[in-house]
Design a protein. Structure first.
Length: 423
């Protein structure tokens, strides 16, 4: 249980951090202010401010986000006339910190009753200082001033010149695409690491790589590098045909035609029965031949990633052509369940799962659904065709609808996963 929880936290954390770091890096590169980099959702557990970004850890392991200045879902603190707050000024009497939170006290802060502000263009804030309603005080605000939100999170204000829409269209496209791109890169690296850990890449040859100690194969006299060209009279030209033929013969004495040192011989063997989901399959204790070349280990990261991408796309096409079921989806609960299974098989299984989930996350995020990266890219493409962006109001409404759809889907999928895996 503890092992599964730790593995889940590590796998989930890596997926989220790598995905969000893609958005973070390209936003910074484009001059877009990243106000917050969050791992998890919901109430804040802890936070710290470095440079121009606040880094937070939140309680719900349902994802994460990079909060960029000026995008539709980046709302400034709801400042209303009459709201009490306190200000910290620098030596030039410019505001460098605005506190709207009751959870935080700014010592030496100037208490004001808020009236109005412009924290995007002209950078000022006004109010009654120390309760004196006879005089409205107006303060200049520093370009990099901080605002403490109601929950105590300290973030930088978002002047117009560092907002998302101020970046070029190409830089915005790169920023939106960077999260999924990082997921694909993570999968490639994970599969390369897996190839090195396994000592090579599995071939599809009908040739034995290793023979397990005290196995049926060892007792029958099979050796590494033997080629099994026929099983029970059925020709086998590759590993898939070989294992399929052996699996179909549990507890049955069969003849193997084996080529060793260019000589063919017959070996009689009785595959051991292995129960798998109430079905018995035969196994003899051999592993596939590995290609141990350095180049092959490197290229495996790309070929295996493409194989997973192709299979996931085929599944998605099948979902929409044959009908969609909640069982076709999996949320955090499903990830936890498969992580538990992978953890029981060891590190290589966990890395393989990480690679698969990373590709899955990348592809899902590229779906043209509002609030996902794919939906944002569609809006970028429409802007490029029109020559001007969609109005912030329309974009905000589209994003809100997409977010609501995703939240409803997540609730349904999570409840379905709980029923599937725990009841």
């Amino acid at each position: 249980m503890i092992k599964t929880i730790i593995t889940f936290i590590i796998v989930f954390g890596i997926l989220v951090v790598i995905h969000e770091f893609g958005h973070y890096y390209f936003a910074k590169r484009a001059g877009i202010l990243v106000r917050e980099f969050s791992i998890g959702m919901g109430p804040k557990l802890l936070s710290f401010h470095r440079g121009s970004t606040t880094y937070t850890l939140r309680i719900l392991p349902l994802g994460g986000y990079v909060r960029m200045a000026g995008i539709a879902d980046d709302e400034d603190e709801d400042l209303k006339p009459g709201m009490p707050m306190s200000l910290i000024l620098d030596e030039h009497n410019k505001v460098i910190k605005i506190n709207t939170s009751k959870k935080t006290t700014l010592y030496n802060g100037i208490p004001i009753e808020y009236l109005d502000s412009d924290l995007q263009k002209d950078l000022w804030i006004s109010g009654y200082e120390n309760g004196n309603e006879d005089e409205i005080k107006k303060y200049d605000v520093d370009h990099d001033a901080l605002i403490i939100e109601k929950d105590g999170t300290e973030i930088q204000i978002a002047p117009e010149d560092v907002q998302f829409q101020s970046a070029t269209l190409w830089n915005r496209i790169l920023t939106n695409f960077a999260g999924p791109m990082n997921n694909f890169l993570l999968a490639i690296v994970a599969f390369i690491l897996l190839a090195f850990m396994q000592g090579g890449v599995a071939t599809n040859l009908n040739q034995i790589g290793t023979v397990q100690e005290n196995s049926v194969a060892q007792k029958a006299g099979l050796k590494p590098d033997d080629k099994i060209v026929s099983v029970a009279g059925k020709k086998t030209t590759n590993w898939t045909e070989l294992t399929t033929a052996i699996s179909a013969q549990p507890n049955k004495k069969i003849a193997l035609e084996v080529v060793r040192n260019d000589k063919t011989q017959k070996i009689m063997i009785t595959p051991e029965a292995s129960k798998n989901d109430s079905t018995k399959t035969g196994k003899i204790g051999i592993t596939v031949k590995l290609n141990r070349s350095f180049v092959n280990k490197i290229t495996y990261g790309f070929t295996q990633s493409w194989a997973v991408v192709s299979s996931i796309i085929a599944v998605l096409i099948g979902m929409f052509t044959k009908g969609v079921s909640l069982n076709d989806f999996g949320g955090p609960v499903a990830i936890y369940a498969v992580t538990s299974n992978a953890a029981s098989y060891g590190l290589t299984s966990v890395i393989s799962l990480l690679a698969f989930l990373s590709i899955n996350l990348g592809i899902v995020n590229l779906l043209p659904i509002p609030a996902l990266d794919g939906g944002k890219l569609v809006l970028n493409i429409i802007e490029g065709i029109r020559g001007k962006p969609i109005s912030p109001e329309k974009e905000g409404m589209i994003t809100l609808i997409g977010f609501a759809f995703l939240m409803i889907l997540m609730i349904l999928v999570t409840w379905n996963d709980i029923q599937r895996y725990f009841f």
